[in-house]
Design a protein around this ligand. Sequence first.
Ligand SMILES: [Zn+2]
Length: 286
Amino acid sequence: MQLQLQTWVEVEANLRSSRGIILPIGSTEQHGPIGLIGTDAICAEVIARGVGEAAGALVAPTIAVGMAQHHLGFAGSMTLRPSTLIAVLRDMVESLVGHGFERFYFINGHGGNIATVTAAFSEIYAARSLPAGANVQPVKCRLRNWWQNREVLQLAKELYGDAEGSHATPSEVAVTQFAYPDAIKSAPFDPPVAPSGEYTDAADYRRNFPDGRIGSNPGLATPEAGRRLYDAAVAALTKDYLSWVFGSRALPEMNNGIAVNCSSFPRKLVKNTDVREVVTAATAGV
Ligand SMILES: [Zn+2]
């Protein structure tokens, strides 16, 4: 459920059954000769919407520009400074806290965002901790990179092995090909698998990785593989989201024989048995 397609009346009603919301965050940056500038934002957005549909969860507007200063040597790339991104994330989260949201589940499409998003979480928590003894609402934030779960990692390894690399990967390009088949590009790659290594600023990055790729061969991407990667990511993240948002509160209701927030549980990709597993597993850890 996209937040932007709800009314405030619907959002207020939804808060009575769930205090969680999914926030896709990506980047607008070069992805090599065939990867779309919007790759990271597109992957985060389509996967987040899939999770939202499966979990019956609200999905906030995509944060499409991230921390990508190292890509600015390539045309079309955009960045927010870390301090700017932290401010944006704080304001977005605090806006929704005021309405009663408590669980902020970020689905991330860009490795370069991780440090800054994690720092933003610390800023959000610090602002709540510093007024001594303040009796504040319990706000929790979680960051999940769509490609970093067992299911997606296994599939990417099976599909691409070492040619997956770390930037402009065939996996992320494949997901965009599945999402936007009319925007599939092709180009020769020399060498087929790009070099790997480190970088600092934009000029250093471009010197070390002249066509923008790091360690990858995105020429191996196909929309069919993109569909499989999408399905794997949505299934893994849906389970994770549901256990995080509903785990500890769900069990007492289940013990009373009452269906647990049925409308908030997944309708498509996660079956009832999976929901029971999720609740049991989450409660075991509480
Ligand atoms: Zn990317």
